[in-house]
Design a protein around this ligand. Structure first.
Ligand code: ADP
Ligand code: MG
Length: 585
């Protein structure tokens, strides 16, 4: 009987493998660029025609290859970067799988020109994985790889490709990310003969952050440049450095997030969450921060061999690394606040203008990081002068107070000035004040005992999350006890809540505790407190003028007066010229 099973031909194997490594023209650019980096190039040029479907040409001034290596590099599993599986533990190169060139060559026409010595070189032409010609070729030391007619022999793959225009955009995105990944390497991107960007190579002693700043200003826009803070943090042999955008420039998706581990662009959710956590309550829960962060770490602490395109990594000491990252971001944001604090003029006549009960807040470790300085007297002094002596009220509308901007210290809001008007959302202000009070009295929270305990039932998933947070809830004044797999008895609630609100608050807490946050006690405390405050904020309520003024005074004494605990703004500043422009337009 004839065999039904047979071994696939090398060409078919390569075409299948290409499906994993080469998703689209942008992945060809990434693979060839990283090969040039591994070859020690200091300058790499990328030239694209027709979104990369027509041609991709990448030239470098790296080590080049001998004639024999040039022929070998096109074979599958041919690599100069590792010799055994143990080498994966100490990986210093971008590539290591020996798959990219063979995969690309299997699904296109490739012309490889390379030279190890100026003037002498070799040119090899390959089509659909078969060598068509090998001939001597003059070239300066380095390598040029041209890829034509990508996917010409894999129509199924071609059908699922984007248009040339969309593919060009994707190439620009990947090339920009690579330019931020290797700030010392000169890089030039040319599409349809037009230069998209060009950065020259830098000396080894040039400042890493200065180079990154220059590139990100051009690639991520002036908006990022004017709101970025530098990160530089080192702990346990791990260096985290780069730039993070302030809470005012966020996005609805993660497209502004550039994370590099040992210069490799990666997705790593534990880091993504830790960075977000570092922003504390400055961010709206629906928004994502923008950043360019580089992590330099001992290669033995990460596993990069988990994704064919090496887009993902696994961390060996995840919790420790996440904590380091969180602290790095907290410090970066704190350093800006230091500046604000130190810049503030302290007019002697205003000493003691704040009600004393509003000033005395001793925050827990969790949100200390959001304070302007941890316990220095600069902070103590500063908080007294955020308000000018007199608040010039224009009016109260619903739960919004309208005041003249000159009522607040001109330096409180950095870019905001003291002219124009400011709207203050009193509900947001109340939520912020309450949040800080809950956090500062954590563990000493006064709660109101219920005459008749309330029974609360929920889903299995919710119960699981609440069970993990019983201690935190108790410390926040919510006395809760489990009496069945999905049923709890509530015996006391925080003084700021009403009995009828408690079930909604508990449901909200359970759904805000994601798998990632549940493992960290600080995050659990924060989520519980945020949800309690959220409830208070969502009330329909009016304020008297004296209540409103008291709130504003208390608000300016909080650690993060600009945002409610959910990261939504508490203030809205309208400059005079903006109002005038509106009426004249
Ligand atoms: P990998 O990068 O995983 O080793 P590739 O298929 O991308 O696999 O490349 C195979 C080999 O070809 C590399 O290990 C390297 O020795 C050589 N090579 C590829 N591109 C270049 C280049 N631009 N300059 C010098 N050598 C190169
Ligand atoms: Mg490679």
């Amino acid at each position: 009987m004839a065999h039904r099973i047979h071994i696939l031909s090398d060409q078919t194997i390569n075409q299948i493998a290409a499906g994993e490594v080469i998703e689209n023209p942008a992945s060809v650019v990434k693979e060839l660029f990283e090969n040039a980096v591994d070859a020690g190039a200091s300058h790499i040029a990328i030239e694209i025609l027709g979104g990369g479907f027509q041609s991709i040409r990448i030239s470098d001034n790296g080590s080049g290859m001998s004639d024999a290596d040039a022929l070998l590099c096109l074979k599958r599993y041919a690599t100069s970067k590792i010799a055994s599986a143990e080498d994966l533990m100490q990986l210093q190169t971008m590539g290591f799988r020996g798959e990219a060139l063979a995969s690309i060559a299997a699904i296109s026409s490739v012309i490889l020109t390379t030279s190890v010595q100026d003037g002498y070189g070799v040119q090899i032409q390959v089509k659909g994985g078969e060598v068509v010609s090998v001939q001597p070729s003059a070239r300066a030391k380095g390598t040029t790889i041209e890829v034509h007619s990508l996917f010409y022999n894999v129509p199924a793959r071609k059908k699922f490709q984007k248009t040339a225009i969309a593919s060009s955009a994707e190439i620009t995105r990947i090339a920009s990310s690579l330019a931020l990944a290797h700030p010392y390497i000169g890089i030039e991107l040319i599409q349809q003969r037009k230069t998209i960007f060009s950065f020259s190579a830098a000396q080894k002693d040039a400042s890493f952050l200065a180079l990154l700043q220059k590139r990100s200003a051009e690639l991520l826009g002036a908006h990022f440049e004017s709101h970025m803070h530098t990160i530089h943090f080192q702990e346990n042999g791990c260096i985290m450095h780069g730039l993070i955008g302030g809470p005012r420039i966020t996005r609805y998706n993660r497209s502004g997030q550039h994370l590099y581990v040992n210069n490799r662009p990666v997705h790593c959710m534990p880091f993504t969450f830790a960075i977000r956590d570092g922003y504390g309550t400055r961010l709206d829960s629906t928004r994502h921060p923008i950043y360019v962060i580089h992590i330099e770490i001992d290669p033995s602490l990460i596993d990069v061999n988990v994704h064919p395109q090496k887009k993902e990594i696994r961390l060996r000491e995840e919790e420790r690394m996440k904590a380091t990252m969180r602290t790095a971001v907290q410090r970066a944001l704190q350093s800006l606040n230091h500046l604000v604090a130190l810049e503030i003029d302290i007019p002697a006549a205003q000493t003691g203008s704040m009600p004393s009960e509003a000033r005395v807040l001793s925050p827990t470790a969790l949100y200390c990081a959001e304070k302007r300085t941890s316990s220095s007297d600069v902070y103590e002094k500063q908080t007294q002068f955020l308000l000018q002596q007199e608040i010039k009220v224009i009016g109260l509308f619903k739960h919004f107070l309208l005041i003249e901007a000159s009522s607040l210290s001109p330096r409180l809001f950095g870019p905001l000035s003291s002219e124009g008007v400011i709207w203050i959302d009193l509900l947001a202000a109340e939520a912020r004040i309450l949040f800080e009070r809950l956090m500062s009295t954590y563990g000493k929270q006064s709660s109101q005992s219920l005459l008749l305990p309330i029974t609360f039932s929920c889903s299995n998933a919710e119960a699981e999350r609440l069970l993990c947070s019983l201690n935190e809830l108790n410390q926040l004044g919510m006395q809760l006890r489990s009496i069945g797999p999905t049923v709890f008895i509530i015996e006391a609630i925080p003084a700021c809540l009403e009995e009828k609100e408690i079930a909604n608050v508990l449901h909200a807490i359970a759904s805000s505790l994601t798998d990632d946050s549940i493992s960290n006690s600080d995050t659990r405390i924060k989520r519980c407190a945020q949800m309690i405050c959220q409830k208070v904020r969502s009330c329909v309520k009016t304020f008297s003028l004296s209540e409103a003024l008291h709130l504003v005074k208390e608000l300016t004494n909080t650690c993060n007066a600009l945002h409610c605990p959910q990261g939504k703004p508490t203030f809205y500043h309208q400059k005079t010229d903006a109002i005038e422009r509106y009426f004249q337009s």
